[in-house]
Design a binder for this molecule. Structure first.
Ligand SMILES: [Zn+2]
Length: 296
Protein backbone atom coordinates (compact mmCIF):
# COMPACT_ATOMS: atom_id res chain seq x y z
CA UNK A 1 0.00 0.00 0.00
CA UNK A 2 1.23 3.44 -0.85
CA UNK A 3 1.54 5.52 2.30
CA UNK A 4 -0.15 8.89 2.35
CA UNK A 5 2.98 10.98 2.07
CA UNK A 6 1.73 14.49 2.85
CA UNK A 7 0.23 13.40 6.16
CA UNK A 8 3.56 11.83 7.09
CA UNK A 9 5.43 15.13 7.02
CA UNK A 10 5.36 15.48 10.76
CA UNK A 11 8.23 17.84 11.37
CA UNK A 12 7.38 21.45 10.67
CA UNK A 13 10.35 23.71 11.30
CA UNK A 14 10.86 23.01 14.99
CA UNK A 15 12.76 26.30 15.42
CA UNK A 16 15.59 24.48 17.03
CA UNK A 17 17.99 27.33 16.72
CA UNK A 18 15.73 29.48 18.85
CA UNK A 19 15.83 26.72 21.40
CA UNK A 20 19.60 26.73 21.21
CA UNK A 21 19.67 30.33 22.32
CA UNK A 22 17.45 29.74 25.33
CA UNK A 23 19.14 26.47 26.19
CA UNK A 24 22.42 28.32 26.83
CA UNK A 25 24.14 25.50 25.05
CA UNK A 26 27.40 27.39 25.15
CA UNK A 27 27.39 27.11 21.40
CA UNK A 28 29.13 30.44 21.22
CA UNK A 29 31.91 29.30 23.52
CA UNK A 30 34.05 29.11 20.43
CA UNK A 31 36.47 26.67 18.99
CA UNK A 32 39.92 27.05 20.54
CA UNK A 33 42.07 28.73 17.91
CA UNK A 34 45.53 27.96 16.76
CA UNK A 35 45.44 24.28 17.54
CA UNK A 36 45.71 23.17 13.94
CA UNK A 37 48.41 20.65 13.18
CA UNK A 38 51.02 21.35 10.56
CA UNK A 39 49.44 20.80 7.16
CA UNK A 40 49.98 17.34 5.76
CA UNK A 41 51.26 16.92 2.24
CA UNK A 42 48.31 17.17 -0.12
CA UNK A 43 46.93 13.87 -1.25
CA UNK A 44 47.36 13.94 -4.98
CA UNK A 45 47.08 10.31 -5.98
CA UNK A 46 45.81 7.02 -4.63
CA UNK A 47 49.38 5.80 -4.27
CA UNK A 48 50.25 8.81 -2.09
CA UNK A 49 47.30 7.90 0.10
CA UNK A 50 48.45 4.28 0.24
CA UNK A 51 51.97 5.35 1.18
CA UNK A 52 50.60 7.52 3.97
CA UNK A 53 48.48 4.65 5.18
CA UNK A 54 51.39 2.24 5.25
CA UNK A 55 53.34 4.46 7.62
CA UNK A 56 51.24 4.13 10.79
CA UNK A 57 48.06 2.84 12.36
CA UNK A 58 44.95 4.69 13.45
CA UNK A 59 43.12 7.58 11.82
CA UNK A 60 45.17 10.21 10.03
CA UNK A 61 44.07 13.54 8.62
CA UNK A 62 44.89 14.48 5.07
CA UNK A 63 43.97 17.87 3.62
CA UNK A 64 43.77 17.86 -0.14
CA UNK A 65 42.93 20.68 -2.49
CA UNK A 66 39.60 22.50 -2.72
CA UNK A 67 37.69 24.22 -5.51
CA UNK A 68 37.54 28.00 -5.19
CA UNK A 69 33.96 27.99 -3.85
CA UNK A 70 34.80 25.51 -1.08
CA UNK A 71 38.14 26.98 -0.06
CA UNK A 72 36.89 29.37 2.60
CA UNK A 73 34.86 26.71 4.40
CA UNK A 74 37.72 24.24 4.25
CA UNK A 75 40.20 26.80 5.59
CA UNK A 76 37.88 27.64 8.50
CA UNK A 77 37.47 23.98 9.35
CA UNK A 78 41.18 23.27 9.15
CA UNK A 79 42.15 26.35 11.16
CA UNK A 80 39.66 25.47 13.91
CA UNK A 81 41.73 22.40 14.80
CA UNK A 82 38.48 20.50 15.53
CA UNK A 83 39.19 17.67 13.09
CA UNK A 84 42.72 17.28 14.43
CA UNK A 85 41.39 17.05 17.99
CA UNK A 86 38.73 14.54 16.95
CA UNK A 87 41.20 12.18 15.29
CA UNK A 88 43.54 12.54 18.26
CA UNK A 89 40.76 11.65 20.68
CA UNK A 90 39.89 8.43 18.81
CA UNK A 91 43.52 7.39 18.33
CA UNK A 92 44.26 7.99 22.00
CA UNK A 93 41.35 5.80 23.02
CA UNK A 94 41.31 2.88 20.58
CA UNK A 95 43.77 0.57 18.88
CA UNK A 96 43.25 0.03 15.17
CA UNK A 97 44.78 -2.65 12.96
CA UNK A 98 45.86 -0.21 10.24
CA UNK A 99 45.92 3.42 9.25
CA UNK A 100 42.64 4.87 8.03
CA UNK A 101 43.14 8.21 6.27
CA UNK A 102 40.42 10.82 6.75
CA UNK A 103 40.59 12.81 3.53
CA UNK A 104 39.24 16.32 3.22
CA UNK A 105 39.32 17.63 -0.32
CA UNK A 106 37.70 17.87 -3.71
CA UNK A 107 39.83 15.16 -5.29
CA UNK A 108 36.92 12.78 -4.80
CA UNK A 109 33.52 14.51 -4.75
CA UNK A 110 31.79 11.74 -2.83
CA UNK A 111 30.62 11.44 0.71
CA UNK A 112 31.02 12.17 3.54
CA UNK A 113 31.46 8.41 3.60
CA UNK A 114 33.66 5.57 4.78
CA UNK A 115 35.01 3.53 1.86
CA UNK A 116 36.11 0.07 2.98
CA UNK A 117 38.76 -1.95 1.22
CA UNK A 118 38.98 0.01 -2.04
CA UNK A 119 41.27 -1.46 -4.68
CA UNK A 120 43.67 1.21 -5.90
CA UNK A 121 45.25 1.43 -9.36
CA UNK A 122 48.48 -0.13 -8.13
CA UNK A 123 46.59 -3.17 -6.84
CA UNK A 124 46.86 -2.32 -3.14
CA UNK A 125 43.76 -1.90 -1.01
CA UNK A 126 42.83 0.97 1.23
CA UNK A 127 40.01 1.84 3.61
CA UNK A 128 39.44 5.55 4.07
CA UNK A 129 36.95 8.26 4.97
CA UNK A 130 36.30 10.92 2.34
CA UNK A 131 34.85 14.32 3.02
CA UNK A 132 34.31 16.62 0.00
CA UNK A 133 34.31 20.42 0.11
CA UNK A 134 30.81 20.49 -1.38
CA UNK A 135 29.41 19.12 1.89
CA UNK A 136 31.10 21.87 3.90
CA UNK A 137 29.48 24.62 1.82
CA UNK A 138 26.14 22.80 1.93
CA UNK A 139 26.39 22.71 5.72
CA UNK A 140 27.13 26.43 5.97
CA UNK A 141 24.16 27.29 3.71
CA UNK A 142 21.78 24.93 5.54
CA UNK A 143 22.85 26.02 9.01
CA UNK A 144 22.76 29.67 7.93
CA UNK A 145 19.08 29.27 7.08
CA UNK A 146 18.44 27.48 10.36
CA UNK A 147 20.13 30.19 12.43
CA UNK A 148 18.58 33.12 10.54
CA UNK A 149 16.75 35.53 12.82
CA UNK A 150 17.66 33.61 15.97
CA UNK A 151 20.00 34.75 18.67
CA UNK A 152 21.95 31.56 19.01
CA UNK A 153 25.18 33.58 19.07
CA UNK A 154 26.95 31.41 16.57
CA UNK A 155 27.94 31.97 12.94
CA UNK A 156 26.99 29.46 10.23
CA UNK A 157 30.68 28.67 9.75
CA UNK A 158 31.17 27.91 13.42
CA UNK A 159 28.03 25.76 13.36
CA UNK A 160 29.43 23.90 10.34
CA UNK A 161 32.53 23.06 12.37
CA UNK A 162 30.44 21.70 15.26
CA UNK A 163 28.13 19.70 12.95
CA UNK A 164 31.21 18.32 11.24
CA UNK A 165 32.52 16.97 14.51
CA UNK A 166 29.40 14.82 14.62
CA UNK A 167 29.42 13.84 10.95
CA UNK A 168 33.09 12.83 10.99
CA UNK A 169 32.60 10.92 14.26
CA UNK A 170 29.71 9.11 12.53
CA UNK A 171 32.03 8.06 9.65
CA UNK A 172 34.69 7.02 12.17
CA UNK A 173 31.97 4.85 13.71
CA UNK A 174 31.47 3.08 10.36
CA UNK A 175 35.22 2.55 10.12
CA UNK A 176 35.38 1.06 13.63
CA UNK A 177 32.45 -1.27 12.91
CA UNK A 178 34.25 -2.53 9.81
CA UNK A 179 37.84 -2.59 11.06
CA UNK A 180 37.10 -4.05 14.51
CA UNK A 181 34.22 -6.26 13.39
CA UNK A 182 31.86 -4.68 15.92
CA UNK A 183 28.47 -6.44 16.08
CA UNK A 184 25.56 -4.35 14.85
CA UNK A 185 21.96 -5.35 15.26
CA UNK A 186 19.55 -2.95 13.62
CA UNK A 187 20.58 -0.25 11.24
CA UNK A 188 24.27 0.54 11.17
CA UNK A 189 23.46 4.16 10.32
CA UNK A 190 21.55 4.58 13.60
CA UNK A 191 24.20 2.68 15.53
CA UNK A 192 27.05 4.92 14.39
CA UNK A 193 24.99 8.05 15.12
CA UNK A 194 24.96 6.63 18.64
CA UNK A 195 28.72 6.17 18.50
CA UNK A 196 29.20 9.83 17.54
CA UNK A 197 27.08 10.97 20.50
CA UNK A 198 28.86 8.51 22.82
CA UNK A 199 32.29 9.73 21.69
CA UNK A 200 31.64 13.46 21.77
CA UNK A 201 28.97 14.28 24.30
CA UNK A 202 31.11 13.89 27.40
CA UNK A 203 34.47 14.83 25.88
CA UNK A 204 35.84 18.11 27.20
CA UNK A 205 36.92 19.39 23.76
CA UNK A 206 33.51 18.75 22.23
CA UNK A 207 30.41 18.18 24.38
CA UNK A 208 26.70 18.20 23.49
CA UNK A 209 27.14 21.02 20.96
CA UNK A 210 28.14 18.51 18.25
CA UNK A 211 25.00 16.34 18.43
CA UNK A 212 22.82 19.41 18.91
CA UNK A 213 24.26 21.21 15.88
CA UNK A 214 23.89 18.02 13.86
CA UNK A 215 20.21 18.14 14.82
CA UNK A 216 20.06 21.69 13.41
CA UNK A 217 21.72 20.49 10.22
CA UNK A 218 19.31 17.60 9.72
CA UNK A 219 16.36 19.86 10.51
CA UNK A 220 17.52 22.18 7.73
CA UNK A 221 17.94 19.22 5.36
CA UNK A 222 14.48 17.92 6.31
CA UNK A 223 12.87 21.28 5.68
CA UNK A 224 14.59 21.82 2.35
CA UNK A 225 13.12 18.82 0.57
CA UNK A 226 9.79 17.22 -0.16
CA UNK A 227 9.61 13.75 1.21
CA UNK A 228 9.61 11.17 -1.60
CA UNK A 229 8.60 7.54 -1.52
CA UNK A 230 12.24 6.58 -2.09
CA UNK A 231 13.31 8.32 1.13
CA UNK A 232 11.76 5.44 3.06
CA UNK A 233 14.06 3.00 1.28
CA UNK A 234 17.19 4.85 2.39
CA UNK A 235 19.58 3.06 4.75
CA UNK A 236 19.52 6.13 7.00
CA UNK A 237 16.63 7.01 9.24
CA UNK A 238 14.72 10.02 7.90
CA UNK A 239 16.42 13.35 8.71
CA UNK A 240 13.35 14.22 10.80
CA UNK A 241 13.89 11.11 12.93
CA UNK A 242 17.58 11.83 13.33
CA UNK A 243 16.74 15.34 14.57
CA UNK A 244 14.61 13.90 17.38
CA UNK A 245 17.16 11.18 18.15
CA UNK A 246 19.97 13.71 18.53
CA UNK A 247 17.79 15.94 20.69
CA UNK A 248 16.89 12.89 22.77
CA UNK A 249 20.54 12.02 23.44
CA UNK A 250 21.38 15.66 24.15
CA UNK A 251 18.54 15.92 26.64
CA UNK A 252 19.16 12.45 28.08
CA UNK A 253 22.83 13.23 28.74
CA UNK A 254 21.97 16.22 30.92
CA UNK A 255 18.22 16.52 31.60
CA UNK A 256 18.59 19.37 34.07
CA UNK A 257 20.38 21.64 31.62
CA UNK A 258 18.44 20.68 28.52
CA UNK A 259 14.89 20.71 29.83
CA UNK A 260 14.23 23.54 27.40
CA UNK A 261 14.56 21.08 24.51
CA UNK A 262 11.22 19.58 25.52
CA UNK A 263 8.15 21.21 24.05
CA UNK A 264 6.09 21.88 20.99
CA UNK A 265 9.04 22.96 18.85
CA UNK A 266 11.38 20.32 20.21
CA UNK A 267 11.25 16.94 21.85
CA UNK A 268 7.75 15.64 22.67
CA UNK A 269 7.26 14.93 26.37
CA UNK A 270 6.47 11.26 25.72
CA UNK A 271 9.82 10.71 24.00
CA UNK A 272 11.76 12.83 26.49
CA UNK A 273 10.68 10.47 29.26
CA UNK A 274 12.70 7.70 27.61
CA UNK A 275 15.81 9.70 26.77
CA UNK A 276 17.80 9.32 29.99
CA UNK A 277 17.56 5.54 29.59
CA UNK A 278 18.28 5.73 25.86
CA UNK A 279 21.39 7.76 26.58
CA UNK A 280 22.55 5.30 29.25
CA UNK A 281 21.94 2.40 26.88
CA UNK A 282 23.91 3.87 23.99
CA UNK A 283 26.83 4.59 26.34
CA UNK A 284 26.79 1.20 27.99
CA UNK A 285 26.56 -0.57 24.63
CA UNK A 286 29.37 1.28 22.87
CA UNK A 287 31.49 1.17 26.02
CA UNK A 288 31.20 -2.60 26.13
CA UNK A 289 31.61 -3.16 22.41
CA UNK A 290 34.78 -1.09 22.26
CA UNK A 291 36.30 -2.20 25.58
CA UNK A 292 38.49 -4.91 23.99
CA UNK A 293 40.06 -2.29 21.70
CA UNK A 294 40.69 0.35 24.32
CA UNK A 295 44.26 1.60 24.57
CA UNK A 296 45.64 1.02 28.04
ZN1 LIG B 1 26.66 6.63 7.69
Amino acid sequence: MRPNLPSMRLVRSPKLAALAASASLALAAGVPAGAAAAPAAPVTSPSAVAAAAAAKKGFSLEWGTFRADHKQAAQALKRSGAMQRLVKLVNKRYVLPREIPVLFGDELDQGPAYFPNVKLNDGTRLSFINFPGSFLTLEIAALGKELEGTNAGITPTQAMIYANEFVVAHEIGHALVDQLDIPVTGREEDAVDGFAAFLLNKSPNFGPRSAFTAALLFDAIANSRDLQEGDFADEHSLPEQRVYQFLCWTYGSDPKNFKVLIGEDGLPKERAGRCVDEWKQVNRSWGRLLAPFKRR
